[in-house]
Design a protein around this ligand. Structure first.
Ligand code: AOF
Ligand code: ZN
Length: 365
């Protein structure tokens, strides 16, 4: 019989902890998704994951139904916390329960923890290993990590296009380019996101709901509209929906601001740049609102500006098997781009088929 190496065993249980972490993918904001598995003599005796901010952390959830955790190994997809946040430190709970070994996938990027949790466990005499399946754990919390380390959200732009790279007819009509499966996939992207960003022109053209419509418990993403001159109609659909709808503007018009607030919007005045909202300031503001993952669903003007400023971390592009013709609208408005040498280069990360459409994932070079 092949002897299972302890490194293999650690990876095996950590994969389970990461799987559990993902159960919180639609609900943990602004907290990270974290999973925990308690193992004794090669038997799983407890499992838990963090479901919602303010509720139990993964470790505490895993310990809940375990009468005796002495001598167990705890596998955690994120370093156990050492601070008093909305809940007491997980380190203390693990120490008190008599856990003898803690395997973490990665350090907590939160400056209030970052290494202090692991140190505290070591000081208590617990054997500590960190870095098992680290890449997988990093991928689960890209937004939380970016906000904690760079004070910016992880920005993903979703676009739908024909095979000739058009995202709407010349009139602006765009319903529908992709099929039902791709559109259902977009609902999952929305549900995973902390906020959805769009421009006022998209709102004026489509009156979108910008909510996540899926068959699971979802913490609805914030809806954020860039509206430099405050052209938002008070009757816009999104203002009436559950959850927060934000307007970011440069306009000082108090009367308009108040009318929109009465309609259900939150209105914030931000700095401008060249007659439009300063997108860097927008990202700083959203980070301040604890936005981990931002999904951009916008037209070519905002997408062009975000691309030009290098603010997008990932593009998710659905390509439908249709042709809209060369009068249709493109994806990115980039007026200064004249020469091939100036082209924006991306790296292809993933290709998959969703119904009749292709889902293409790119990152900037
Ligand atoms: C853990 N296990 O399951 C999670 C952790 O305000 P609180 O108490 O909910 O703390 C939130 C912070 O705790 C969060 O920013 C992150 O640093 C850490 N999250 N830690 O040990 C967990 N969700
Ligand atoms: Zn904790």
């Amino acid at each position: 019989m092949t002897k299972i190496m302890s490194a293999d065993r650690d990876a095996f249980y950590m994969a389970r902890a990461i799987y559990l972490a993902k159960k919180g993918r639609y609900t943990t904001d602004p907290n990270p998704r974290v999973g925990c598995v308690l193992v004794k003599d090669d038997v799983v005796i407890g499992e838990g994951w963090h479901a919602k901010a303010g509720q139990g952390h993964a470790e505490v959830e895993a310990l809940k139904d375990v009468p005796d955790a002495k001598g167990t190994t705890a596998y955690v997809s994120l370093e156990p916390c050492s601070h008093h946040g909305k809940t007491p430190p997980c380190c203390d709970a693990l120490i008190k329960a008599g856990v003898s070994r803690v395997v973490a996938a990665m350090q907590d990027p939160n400056p209030r923890v970052s290494g202090a949790g692991l140190e505290k466990l070591k000081t208590a005499g617990i054997e500590v290993v960190c870095g098992v399946l680290q890449e997988d754990a990093l991928a689960v919390n890209r937004g939380f990590i970016k906000r904690m380390t760079k004070n910016r959200p992880f920005v993903r732009s979703k676009l739908a296009m024909s095979i000739d790279g058009r995202t709407a007819m010349a009139s602006g009509e765009s319903k529908w380019i992709t099929g039902p499966e791709a559109r259902a996939d977009v609902q999952r992207l929305r549900a995973e996101s902390s906020a959805i960003l769009t421009g006022i022109n998209t709102v004026l053209a489509d009156d979108p709901a910008l909510n996540a419509r899926i068959d699971s418990d979802v913490l609805q993403p914030l809806r954020v509209v860039l509206d430099t001159h405050l052209n938002m109609p008070v009757a816009a659909k999104m203002a009436k929906l559950p959850g927060r709808s934000l307007i970011l503007t440069c306009a000082e018009d108090q009367q308009k601001q108040q009318a929109l607030q009465q309609a259900g919007f939150e209105v914030y005045q931000l700095p401008g740049k060249n007659g439009r909202l300063d997108l860097q300031a927008v990202m700083d503001f959203l980070s301040g609102q604890q936005i981990n993952e931002l999904l951009v669903e916008a037209g070519s003007v905002l997408n062009g500006a975000l691309l030009a400023e290098g603010l997008v971390d990932e593009y998710v592009i659905y390509m439908a098997p249709c042709i809209l013709g060369d009068q249709g609208r493109g994806l990115f408005n980039l007026p200064g781009l004249q020469q091939m040498a100036d082209k924006k280069q991306l790296t292809l990360r993933d290709v998959r088929q969703v119904g009749q459409d292709l889902k293409l994932t790119y990152t900037p070079l």
